[in-house]
Design a protein around this ligand. Structure first.
Ligand SMILES: NC(=O)C1=CN([C@@H]2O[C@H](COP(=O)(O)OP(=O)(O)OC[C@H]3O[C@@H](n4cnc5c(N)ncnc54)[C@H](O)[C@@H]3O)[C@@H](O)[C@H]2O)C=CC1
Ligand SMILES: O=C(O)C(=O)CO
Length: 324
């Protein structure tokens, strides 16, 4: 069975695939041309996909040879799951192994924004140390404040736990269903979307993205937020309306924002948000640790090997494909 990997991943995953007897082709060109992409996909049985390439009806029709997809991500919003289901194509993903790293980034962004770290870092890099000033660009402390989590699953739980332990924050959350573990262990309180938006001092998004909730954080939501609120998005940029967020930040309707994901992504070079002192933007590095990336390579390889052996993928975004 032939596996195509569109970008080099940690060696541990490649070795596992080869040791299992799979034929592995890796693109050494991270920016594949359309022609190269077509050539590789036509020749493969399984794709190990790195990045946000779209897998939609057109793709599945063009490449009927593709029998399984193993994503090098936990998010699978770039795959049309209905189309995959119709063709009985299992789509593997990489949950858990990146939850700690991604929640670390949400926590890092929260603190960076609260203490204006990116503003001061830039100032020092510009050669402007400044003088001790009792009033200039002061931060805010997070002790005892309220963290609102939109989407309290694996990563949301880890973020809530860190905030509870570090700053004894009150946890409120809005989710598709109740998270009993978070209610019991962290005292988390389930609230409506409106309450989440109006009561959070820090609002952190950790839901899986779907088009129906596209730009749910827009002018109307930002208007209802507290003036000291910090908005954090490490999930998907599509959850927030970038211009409305800019307007809320520049008019100081909210205190600040920390983004690991933007809308669109990559962020446009001249996006005015990049000029604001109350914003910290990172280039989608939530899972970018040695530990998480090795874990993702291992889980992606395990998914492919299970498929190769005719078994269920241990981490599958569409387990319904296995129903008779
Ligand atoms: N910045 C980065 O590098 C990374 C980003 N991510 C993003 O984080 C997301 C979450 O990952 P996990 O925590 O592992 O997923 P998960 O499935 O464990 O948790 C997501 C939670 O969101 C809830 N949810 C989904 N849609 C919702 C909605 N419209 N309203 C309220 N709740 C909703 C679900 O019920 C679930 O509890 C991924 O889908 C991915 O988009 C994940 C890893 C790295
Ligand atoms: O896993 C994901 O969904 C990411 O965004 C990158 O790790």
């Amino acid at each position: 069975m032939k596996v195509f990997i569109n970008k080099r991943i940690p060696e541990i995953g490649i070795k596992m695939l080869k040791d299992a007897g799979l034929e592995v082709t890796i693109s050494e060109n991270p920016e594949l041309t359309q022609e190269e992409w077509l050539k590789y996909c036509k020749d493969a049985d399984v794709i190990l996909n790195v990045g946000q390439n779209k897998y939609d009806k057109d793709f599945f029709e063009e490449f009927p040879n593709i029998k399984a997809i193993a994503l090098y991500s936990v998010g699978f919003d770039h795959v049309d799951i209905d189309e995959a289901n119709q063709r009985k194509i299992p789509v593997g993903n990489t949950p858990e192994v990146l939850s700690r790293a991604t929640s670390d980034v949400a926590f890092l962004l929260m603190q960076s924004v609260a203490r204006r770290a990116s503003y001061y870092f830039q100032k020092v890099k510009n050669g402007d140390w400044g003088e001790f000033d009792p009033l200039h660009e002061l931060g805010q402390e997070l002790y005892g404040k309220t963290l609102g989590v939109f989407g309290l699953g694996r990563i949301g739980f880890e973020m809530a736990e860190k905030c509870k332990k570090a700053f004894d924050m009150n946890i409120i959350y809005h989710n598709r269903s109740h998270n009993e573990e978070a209610e019991k262990e962290l005292g988390a309180k389930y609230v409506s979307f409106e309450e989440l938006v109006s009561e959070s001092d820090v609002l952190s998004i950790h839901a899986n993205f779907s088009e129906e909730h596209s730009e749910i954080f827009n002018e109307s939501a930002f208007k209802k937020m507290k003036s000291n609120a910090i908005f954090i998005n490490t999930a998907r940029g599509g959850f927030h309306h970038q211009k409305d967020l800019y307007n809320a930040l520049v008019s100081e309707k909210i205190w600040g924002a920390g983004l690991d994901v933007t809308n669109p992504e990559p962020i446009e070079e001249n996006d005015p948000i990049l000029k604001l002192s109350n914003v910290c933007v990172l280039p989608h590095i939530g899972s970018a640790t040695i530990e998480a990336r090795n874990g993702m390579a291992k889980v992606a390889a395990e998914n492919i090997i299970a498929f190769y052996k005719g078994e269920k993928m241990p981490n599958c975004a569409n387990p319904e494909v296995y129903k008779e």
